[in-house]
Design a protein around this ligand. Structure first.
Ligand code: CDP
Length: 224
């Protein structure tokens, strides 16, 4: 019997470093990469452009159904416009977490995410990769760090991009986003029962990537 295409799920809260870790793991293994948060950010942007309130579950889901999306390397195209930069703003992060509470939208995006599962494998990062979207993932990592460390990382990221940054505002925003992501009824942020906790307060990106790869090697050895 053919083995299913392997998925490595990397979930965790905002600014835990999961995007960078997931991307590097994918590159190392020659796997495809899914940044599921980008999908929610795109929907937040598209809704805003269509003057749809982020709280309007039905209209947001309808808007998502009609999206014309294209992913090319690290770029995202929405209706033939490169929105890679636009979706990275703090405002779209906030918007993403507001539209993400709607079950109808999560349903629409579910099949979009499944389409990323292609040979030889996929590394997917988000909030519900291991719990809802790819419950049969061969490895489920829950990558996290304390709120202060995450706020500090986000602050440094913004400074590096020459954007203005206010540490207290970032910390406040992270706390709000964590609360919304953890407490929503639909696909809340939580570690999968068979997940592996990776706490990164004292881990560099390289060390975190190595831990994920070690765990994957262990899986390969056991399943051989
Ligand atoms: O980069 P950061 O971790 O701040 O955010 P992101 O991964 O781009 O996700 C933005 C928002 O989308 C999150 O705060 C979640 O509310 C939502 N999201 C989700 O609900 N499910 C996912 N699989 C990924 C993101």
């Amino acid at each position: 019997m053919n083995k299913p295409i392997p998925v490595i799920a990397i979930d965790g809260p905002s600014a835990s470093g999961k995007g960078t870790v997931a991307q590097r793991v994918a590159t190392h293994l020659g796997f495809h990469y899914l940044d599921s948060g980008a999908l929610y950010r795109i929907v937040a942007l598209a809704s805003q452009q269509a003057v749809i309130a982020w709280s309007d579950a039905e209209a947001v889901a309808m808007c998502a159904k009609q999206l014309s999306l294209r992913f090319e390397n690290e770029q995202v195209w929405l209706n033939d416009k490169d929105v890679s930069e636009a979706i990275r703003s703090e405002a779209m992060g906030k918007g993403a977490s507001q539209v993400a509470v709607h079950q109808a939208l999560r349903q629409v995006l579910s099949s979009v995410q499944h389409n990323f599962r292609q040979a030889p494998g996929l590394v997917a990062d988000g909030r519900d990769m291991g719990t809802v979207i790819f419950p049969d993932a061969v490895l489920k990592i829950f990558l996290t760090a304390s709120t202060e460390v995450r706020a500090q990382r986000r602050y440094q990221q913004l400074l590096a991009k020459q954007q203005t940054a206010d540490y207290q505002a970032i910390l406040q925003d992270l706390l709000e986003r964590d609360a919304r992501d953890k407490n929503r009824a639909s696909a809340p942020l939580l570690m999968a029962k068979d997940g592996i906790l990776l706490e990164t307060d004292h881990l560099s990106i390289v060390e975190a990537v190595d831990r994920v790869l070690e765990n994957y090697q262990r899986f390969i050895q056991f399943s051989a």
